[in-house]
Design a protein around this ligand. Sequence first.
Ligand code: UD1
Length: 421
Amino acid sequence: MDRIVVTGGKRLQGTVHISGAKNAVLPIMAATLLADGTYNLDNVPVLKDVKTMASLLDSIGSDVQFENHSLLIKTGSSHNFEAPYDLVKTMRASIYVLGPLVSRFGYGKVSLPGGCAWGPRPVNLHIEGLKKLGAKVEIQNGYIVAKAKRLKGAKITLDIPSVGATGNILMAAVLAKGTTLIENAAKEPEITSLEMFLKKMGAEINGIGTERLEIEGVETLEAVDEAIISDRIESGTFLIAGHITGGDIRLEKTQPLFLSSIINKLRDTGAEIEEGPDWIHIKSNEQIHPIDVTTAVYPGFPTDMQAQWMVLMSIANGSSIITDNIFEDRFTHVAELKRLGANITLDHNVAVVKGVQYLSGAPVMSTDLRASASLILAGLIAKGKTHISRVYHIDRGYERIEEKLKLLGAEIYRDQEQLIV
Ligand code: UD1
């Protein structure tokens, strides 16, 4: 298994190009099942999750080629309307094929995702939404099996503005008969980008980018091309890398508009940030002021940045409070950060972080995608060497993170873990 080794203490400087957003490309890939034809997706990040979704589409019957950040997807031979456990267990976003499959082919079978390393992640809202649209949904041997002749429009009010449920129900509704109203829909930029993609395919959607989506079902859609929006979480992670190392870095091919909550909070901590339409420049000379964050749905502070923020706060000039209201158990990184010398007290979903003078390198283990990112960030500032094992998590969501950091001056490399048997 690969591991990443970081020697802390280098000031990051230079320019980094931000990749396309994982959480935007995955639902869009699933949406290609809604119409036969050839799709060209551009600015696609080279990530494990994208390859997993490509394998899933391939097993359903699509022809998928992935080269130079472009995905060429040819649909038209779909015959196997299933997402097996082996794929779903490595990538929860596999559930995005359920809506398109049942809507287009009248049948979809997707393994129940189960929990994450950091707790349960239910899909009840996806299932309830599909049922409201008229699908017959059953759980059989660990699989969600959804059937319908043709879905029918309905009014669906989500209890929680879930990103996954909004995407799935939306993809089902675009081909349903009649009008669907989704209230309390997610407004995350990745969901808005899915809405725009579906509209380009011919879907009739009103309220794009809002919490109230009105969808008039159409008979057919058509294949189109799309450029994937930039990854706001990768951008946020690099901004923190620049800040904690007292660095001076410029992010290019990013969309600052999607990062307002992160940029505002970073400014509060003392970072100097300039931004243009597709770039952000961060300079950091000062001490880091302690600033509290509470995760919330967009445009609030993203749960996907909580672990990275904790690293920033671990060397702040005082104490701060970090609360995760989206996923209350998402704190597996706390124990590992403490091994590096961070002073964190966790009470349920609230972490109190007392800034320390320095962190010191140690072997740590990554437990999930964003926790891995936080450990790499911590390694950048820890004295000595930090070995981060199980980095396959990071490859799910960050493209060549160690190479990008190295170009900015970090002392970092990837090698094989030594296994003691
Ligand atoms: C969430 C994040 C998303 C992030 C992704 C990966 C939010 C709102 N969503 O999306 O930005 O990229 O994790 O880390 O921040 N829920 C239910 N029943 C359901 C679905 C969700 O109770 O059927 C609950 C979840 O437990 C959670 C909340 O709703 O507390 C938001 O979940 P949801 O947005 O669906 O999660 P993801 O789609 O995984």
